[in-house]
Write a protein that binds this ligand. Structure first.
Ligand SMILES: [Zn+2]
Ligand SMILES: [Zn+2]
Length: 112
């Protein structure tokens, strides 16, 4: 039989019964004890139930899309920063080293 992932502890296990969702009786009991809470997906704003305290997304797709969009936005911002810097400094412009760019991004120490 195919491996499944326990909905409670996230470990993979070989189900003994069809539709088995937990790796053990303990996990089943634990899932009853842990109250589910309603979470609103950060990306699509769908309401969903989860008993994981860190749950933020209703689905794997939403998590992926959110990650990609966030990355694009931060890239866009850094390009914008660079081009305004280029205008200011003109031909003296020196491409920042990666760690300088990172420091700038996080608002840490500024060498100028
Ligand atoms: Zn389990
Ligand atoms: Zn979603």
């Amino acid at each position: 039989m195919n491996q499944k992932v326990c909905v409670q502890c996230g470990k993979s296990f070989i189900p003994r019964m069809w539709k088995q969702r937990f790796c053990s009786h303990d996990c089943y009991v634990e899932s009853l004890r842990t109250p589910k809470r309603t979470v609103i997906c950060v990306w699509c704003h769908t309401k969903f139930e989860s008993n994981r305290p860190t749950a933020k997304f209703c689905s794997h797709e939403c998590r992926q899309i959110y990650k990609v969009i966030r990355m694009r936005i931060s890239k866009l911002n850094s390009i914008r920063d660079l081009s305004s810097e280029l205008e200011e400094k003109g031909k003296d412009f020196r491409f920042p080293k990666p760690h300088e760019a990172l420091n700038k991004f996080y608002g840490l120490g500024d060498s100028s």
